[in-house]
Design a protein around this ligand. Structure first.
Ligand SMILES: Nc1ncnc2c1ncn2[C@@H]1O[C@H](COP(=O)(O)OP(=O)(O)O)[C@@H](O)[C@H]1O
Ligand SMILES: [Mg+2]
Length: 250
């Protein structure tokens, strides 16, 4: 589903990604963990073209989005193609990013109508079904300001799902939440995983990584240090940097 090869990204003089490679199969749930500033968000943002890469290759479901020539020149496919490829991925951010002036339902149907050209009559029942799924149908006509953080994040998940992505990218979806609200969001994500959604999840929730992820990727200083099946990863972390990180967070 995702083939990322030797991704390099710098911001000015700072190399933030130094040759990150990741292969992801259909139905896999991968947890990305690592210290703050290690490049986790930047990597996710490069995958769905919220950032451009400086070097490397990205294929999404077998379609090439960007390649690099032998001379080192990075080449993206035309914009319309990039947008079409990126629509295969839905993204959920730490800060929800709901539109404050739109109701919950309007937040969910906005992109399917404006981006995908779906008819209101077709998308509204689907949006309601998604709201039922995340347990928020009764908030259909509420504005985001009336919701708790956990409810906002569940709306954000429903909104991403309304675009019918094949892959979901989550960037620390519970980090902005009060501790008692993380559970409801993690349950929604676990339910998605049970339905075999392909998910790449940057998270500090080690229990979630251990129980839900098939693989865990540890990033540090712009590199993947260790990437292994979740049970193995936690039982016998190999790299000293992984061990030091786990000792701090567990
Ligand atoms: N738009 C940007 N401009 C300049 N530096 C950035 C930008 N985005 C991220 N960085 C820097 O890149 C590094 C990695 O950031 P990030 O990918 O957000 O790490 P993480 O998500 O692992 O905490 C940090 O040093 C951060 O300050
Ligand atoms: Mg981040």
């Amino acid at each position: 589903m995702i083939h990322a090869e030797n991704i390099h990204k710098r911001f000015g003089a700072v190399a933030v990604l130094k040759g990150v490679s990741l292969q992801m199969r259909k139905g896999e749930v991968i947890a990305v963990i690592g210290p703050s500033g290690s490049g986790k968000s930047t990597f996710l943002r490069c995958l769905n073209h919220l950032e451009t890469i400086d070097q490397g290759r990205i294929d999404i479901e077998g379609e090439t989005m960007v390649t690099t020539s032998a001379e080192g020149a990075c080449h993206y496919v035309p914009d319309a193609e990039v947008r079409r490829i990126c629509r295969k991925m839905g993204m959920v951010f730490q800060q929800f990013n709901l539109f404050p002036h739109l109701t919950v339902l309007q937040n969910i149907i906005e992109a399917p109508i404006t981006v995908k050209g779906m008819r209101r009559e077709a998308i509204i029942p689907k949006a309601e079904e998604l709201l039922r799924k995340v347990g928020l149908l009764e908030k259909r006509d509420s504005y985001p300001s009336r919701l708790s953080g956990g409810q906002k994040q569940r709306v954000a998940i429903a909104r991403a799902l309304a675009m019918e992505p094949d892959i979901m990218l989550f960037d620390e979806p519970t980090s902005a939440l009060d501790p008692e609200l993380t559970g409801e969001v993690l349950r929604t994500m676990r339910q998605l995983a049970d339905e075999h959604m392909t998910m790449l999840v940057v998270t500090h929730e080690m229990a979630f990584a251990r129980e839900v992820a098939s693989r865990v990727v540890f990033m540090d200083h712009g590199e993947i240090i260790e990437a292994r099946p979740a049970a193995e990863f936690f039982a016998t972390p190999e790299h000293p940097r992984t061990r030091a990180f786990l000792e701090n967070v567990l």
